[in-house]
Design a protein around this ligand. Structure first.
Ligand code: PMP
Ligand code: GLN
Length: 383
């Protein structure tokens, strides 16, 4: 028997979380918050198990959640949606991304992405035979190299994938940057996939603007959201998509054979959350901003250089001062887990191109202050 199949490497999040558990390190790697979402949503989720049907909901999702998603889209981005034809509930945004690649791409189609990028994009592109065309955001501000982005579009481009607020950099794309992207989409008549799972995790005075909200983009953009990020319930794996019915249709076809549908009690709880527990996600940006403001000077005091960001719960830092000769970011993150007792994520894991930085790492800071303190103390003692 030959057991060599897809050739995927194990995702960096699993690798580093496993290593963190083995070494009992302070895990600032994988992105999940210490503080969970509203109790009231947990109560609705458990009540729904007893008071609602426990049989397959519609493959599109429960109507209450799809209606809430449509209201949320209009209230937050001024983007009205017909809940019955323009919404889909997915098993986290991850499944939405997979279904979009499967539904929209034919082998040989090109997909433009920004590097660094969330690692599932490259995995899904490989799975469906898409040719990924990466454009590298330029540190420290993660600027778009505009000429390169223009050159990345061709008559084979199926869609551009834009993640704002951005994992792993924390960049929130400006209106002007999004307009530049939108102009390219209209000029080349391509679609866009807008991964906006961190839409509510933005620092003041910045604001999240959806790519779908730009003129001419609503008809060509699919937008993704996640209850994992919006309500700090990453284990629930409930996500949503909004977009024009004709563009959503092939994605729904892929979704029906990927998972068919999503746990219904969790959908009821998320529906309640979007409407009634908006206080939770509206407060997240400020809380995270305060945590970042505490962490940044402490890392700088250790000789690390912290890159600017406007949102998310990730901070990127230049670790050059800690790298041993010949060591890269992956080896450094493993060494820090084993020897210093702190786990981080190497940024090179967010690149598909061979040319990638090897001096940057990502800190996830949506953690109890005591954990952030412990991580800083361990690093200080180790250096
Ligand atoms: N997109 C980005 C940019 C992410 O960071 C993540 C990680 N959570 C996802 C999508 C997937 O979200 P979910 O947990 O809802 O599948
Ligand atoms: N999105 C999370 C992160 O970037 C993790 C998701 C996962 O583990 N697949 O850390």
């Amino acid at each position: 028997l030959n057991y060599a199949f897809s050739g995927y490497a194990t995702t960096i999040f699993e690798v580093m979380s496993k290593l963190a558990a083995e070494h009992k390190s302070v895990n600032l790697g994988q992105g999940f918050p210490d503080q969970e979402g509203p109790e009231s949503m947990k109560e609705i989720a458990s009540k729904a198990l007893y008071e609602q049907s426990n049989q397959y909901p519609s493959l599109l999702g429960v109507p209450q959640l799809r209606q809430a998603v449509a209201r949320h889209s209009e209230a937050n981005q001024g983007l009205p949606c017909d809940w019955a034809s323009e919404t889909l509930i997915t098993v986290g945004a991850t499944e939405g991304i997979a279904a979009a690649f499967m539904g929209l791409v034919n082998p040989g189609d090109e997909v433009v992405v920004f590097e660094p990028m969330y690692d599932s994009y490259a995995g899904m592109a490989q799975q469906v035979g898409a040719k990924l065309v990466p454009v590298q955001l330029q540190p420290p501000n993660w600027d778009i190299p505009r000429q390169q982005l223009e050159a990345a579009f061709s008559d084979k481009t199926k869609f551009i994938l834009v993640n704002t607020p951005h994992n792993p950099t924390g960049k929130v794309f400006t209106r002007e940057e999004l307009q530049f992207i939108a102009d390219l989409c209209t000029r080349h008549n391509t679609y866009a996939l807008a991964d906006e799972v961190y839409e509510h995790l933005v620092f003041e005075p910045h604001q999240h603007l959806s790519l779908r909200a730009l003129p001419g983009m609503a008809e060509r953009t699919i937008r993704l959201g996640s209850a994992g990020k919006t309500f700090s319930f990453t284990a629930w794996k409930v996500g949503w998509m909004t977009g024009p019915a004709q563009l959503l249709a092939p994605i729904i076809k892929a979704h029906q054979f990927l998972v068919f549908t999503v746990a219904s009690n969790l959908q009821h709880a998320v529906a309640y959350g979007l409407d009634e527990a908006d206080w939770f996600y509206r407060g997240l940006g400020l809380e995270l901003q305060a945590k970042r403001q505490q962490l940044q000077p402490r890392l700088e005091a250790l000789g690390l250089s912290v890159l600017p960001a406007q949102g998310t719960y990730f901070l990127t830092a230049d670790m050059s001062s800690m790298l041993k000769p010949g060591e890269d970011d992956v080896a450094l993150c493993k060494r820090l887990t084993v020897e210093a007792g702190v786990t981080l994520i190497p940024l090179s894991a967010f690149y598909a191109s061979d040319a990638r930085p090897h001096n940057l790492v990502r800190f996830c800071f949506c953690k109890e202050d005591s954990k952030l303190d412990a991580a800083c103390e361990k690093l200080a003692a180790y250096i």
